[in-house]
Design a protein around this ligand. Structure first.
Ligand code: CP
Length: 326
């Protein structure tokens, strides 16, 4: 069974969120619309709605994370779920227990939803095939494969600024080869109707068959940025690189770093995005990361609302009406 098939239960309801690849546009739009209703909650004195009251969420992070781990935890708490977050250093997997035995142990505590991050591509899929029908799995990033909730929060951020997707040119710059974020973003943006997606990278950091994903590759950053509406910068995924794929950090920044001069080739209102963590002076100049066009921190804030929307959807809960949420 593919990731796409396994995400739905027998009645055709979305049960897991493992990848955006192959999901219908309606589902992505419904998640984005639902996230809109949750966004205002962060400004309220009591930042909670009772949608997941009585549900138990376990965040299992076998790989480091700042943004995804904390925003999932906050999202679950704002939905009134009981939530615990476990990281590798505190788990019995360090004493030889398998990931599936860990999962079975936590499932014995009547967990309703697991949020999984792992360096192994396919970890969330594997786990989704071992849980009972009432348990949902969310992929919080698996190896180089997918990071679907990041792609959704990026799409949400783009829609909030640009209105819709149908006239946009989006450029993704950096280590596309090792990036689960890029893969998920490309799938999401294609499904949502972005007509032109460009990927900009040295040849060593682009997958061979990248055009099959429906993108236009550029090796020259100035040409790739010409007239774009959105620029997504990615970090070099050094932890996944085998061998020397770039001559040096200095050379990489010289040829592919996003600087104010290069930014001037994009549209004047181009958004600057980055999933984080950012490496200043390596893939992006500090003045661009902190500049007026940057929405990098807004992406983090939006991540809470989008993750709330995804969790509520999988648990079959309607998001509150805008009045209830405001
Ligand atoms: N964007 C992202 O996945 O960041 P973290 O690794 O900090 O979760």
């Amino acid at each position: 069974m593919t990731d796409t098939d396994i995400q739905f239960d027998k009645s055709g309801t979305l049960r897991h969120f493992l990848t955006v690849e192959g999901l219908p546009r309606d589902i992505l739009i419904s998640i984005l619309d639902s996230a809109e209703t949750f966004l205002g909650l962060g400004q309220r004195e009591i930042k909670k709605v009772p949608l997941l009251q009585g549900k138990t969420v376990v965040n299992l992070f076998f790989e480091p994370s700042t943004r995804t781990r904390t925003t999932f935890e906050i999202a679950a708490k704002r939905l009134s779920a009981d939530v615990i977050t476990l990281e590798t250093s505190r788990m019995s997997t360090t004493k030889g227990e398998t990931i599936l035995d860990t999962l079975n142990t936590l499932e014995a505590m009547h967990t309703d939803m697991f949020v999984i991050r792992d360096s192994f591509s396919g970890a969330a899929h594997l786990i989704s095939t071992h849980v009972p029908a009432h348990v949902s799995i969310i992929n919080a990033g698996d190896g180089r494969h997918a990071h679907p909730t990041q792609a959704m929060l990026d799409a949400f951020t783009i829609r909030r600024h640009k209105g819709d997707f149908s006239n946009l040119r989006v450029a993704i710059i950096g280590d596309i080869l090792h990036s689960r974020v890029a893969r998920s973003q490309i799938h999401a943006l294609n499904i949502l109707g972005v007509p032109e997606i460009r990927v900009i990278a040295p040849q060593t950091l682009l997958p061979n068959q990248i055009k099959r994903l429906g993108v236009h590759p550029y090796y020259d950053i100035e040409k790739g940025l010409d007239g774009v509406d959105v620029i997504i910068v990615l970090r070099l995924q050094l932890e996944r690189m085998e061998g020397q794929l770039i001559p040096s950090d200095r050379e990489y920044f010289r040829f592919y770093g996003l600087t104010p001069e290069r930014l001037s080739g994009a549209r004047p209102d181009a958004l600057i995005m980055h999933p984080g963590p950012i490496n200043r002076g390596l893939e992006i100049a500090s003045s661009v990361a902190d500049g007026e066009q940057s929405v990098i921190l807004e992406q983090v804030t939006n991540g809470i609302a989008v993750r709330m929307a995804i969790m509520a959807t999988l648990m079959g809960r309607q998001s509150p009406s805008p009045r209830e949420a405001d």
